[in-house]
Each structure stands twice: as C-alpha cells, then as structure tokens.
Ligand binder design. Structure first.
Ligand code: GRF
Length: 202
C-alpha cells in the first residue's frame, strides 16, 4: 500500500477527495500525515476528523526552512508527497530525497497561467482576462522550478464569456478532485515512468 503525505494551505477539498477515494476503495493508499503551513487551514480539521496525524508548520516563522522541517517529519515515512493547494515553495534536500516523489496540482493548463505568484483566484482572473476558451488543471511532478516539472495529467474545462473567476474556479476544482486521485492511482499502480519531460504509462 502506498503511503502518502498530503500538504495543504487552505480548505483542503482536494485532501477530502483523496480521503473519499481511499474510503471508496478507488485508491489503495494510506495518508500518514497532513501538513499545513497555515494554522487555520480547514484541511487540518478534515484530517483530524479522520484521525490522520497533522502537523502545522508556520510559514512566516520558518521561512525557507519549511522544506527541511517537512523532510524531518516525512523522511523514511512516506512514498509520495502530495501538494494539494500547498502554497509554500519547496526546495533543497527535500527535493533530492523525494525526487519524482512529490506531485502538485495547479488550477490551470500548464504552461499557461503558472509560475511565481500564480496561485489561487489570480490564476482564474488571468485566464478570463486573456479570453481563453478552455482552461483546466494540471497534476505534475515537482522539481526545482515553480510549476515546471513533468506533467502527469491535465483535465480541460470550457470557459464561457459570462464566467466570473469564481465560476471558473469552481468548474476547475471539480476536475482537480478527479485528476489528483487519478495521478495517485497511476503512481500506486506502478504504471508511470519518466523520460525527460515526458511521463509515460498513462
Ligand atoms: C486548488 O485550486 C489548488 O489547485 C490550488 O489551491 C486550491 C486548493 O483547494 N493550488 P483546496 O484547499 O484543495 O480546497
């Protein structure tokens, strides 16, 4: 069984989707830890409700040391780290120890509307402002860059001329809930290989 940690900063609806998919039997994995970089993240409440071990690492207090704190908690304990709306940027030794073992969900079709500073509602505001006809979400491996690692899955949604950023966010979020669990399933089934930028086996 694949052991995972889920890292959150906010509502944790993606975490909840993973929990639901484990309970339904779709995912054969166990959540060993939920880590938040914000003490009031609702994702922590969702984890506690399921008796999952939780950790709060204050990003303001820890600054760039947050990655080494995460490594201390998770080294040797999990097979995969899932960033599910986690806002701190990871770096250093953590990325080496967990090379190709950290995945992230981004609420746009990378390489559009991604990179430094592109998170939360800003992503959807930019997509609407640009006038794109489709947007979506991307699950990718995490490397040293921001939203730059090999892409595992993308899901597409329509963008309508009447959409607000909030409308688009909600439409994309529904697809995020599916995409993140699908990616975890591919990894736990041992289907995936990485060749350069390409993720094969999907
Ligand atoms: C999602 O849109 C995720 O892609 C983004 O932050 C949001 C987190 O949602 N990075 P939730 O906390 O899983 O509800």
């Amino acid at each position: 069984m694949l052991k995972i940690a889920v890292l959150v900063s906010g509502s944790g609806s993606n975490l909840q989707a993973i929990i639901d998919n484990i309970e339904s039997g779709y995912l054969n994995c166990s959540i060993e830890a939920v880590i938040s970089d914000k003490k009031d993240a609702y994702g922590i409440d969702r984890a506690k409700a399921k008796d999952i071990k939780t950790y709060i690492l204050d990003r303001k207090q820890l600054g760039i040391n947050i990655s080494s704190e995460i490594l201390k908690i998770l080294d040797g304990k999990v097979d995969l780290i899932v960033l599910a709306g986690f806002l701190s940027i990871l770096q250093g030794e953590l990325l080496h120890v967990f090379k190709n073992k950290i995945i992230n969900i981004h609420p746009a079709l990378i390489p559009c509307f991604c990179g430094g500073g592109m998170y939360g509602m800003k992503v959807h505001e930019k997509a609407i402002e640009y006038g794109v006809k489709v947007s979506g979400c991307t699950v990718h491996f995490v490397d040293e860059g921001t939203d730059s690692g090999p892409i595992i899955i993308q899901k597409v949604v329509d963008v309508y001329s009447t959409d607000t950023a909030k409308d688009l966010q909600l439409r994309v979020l529904k697809q995020e809930h599916k995409a993140l669990s699908e990616a975890i399933k591919y990894i736990s089934d041992g289907r995936i290989t990485i060749k350069g930028r390409k993720v094969l086996g999907i």
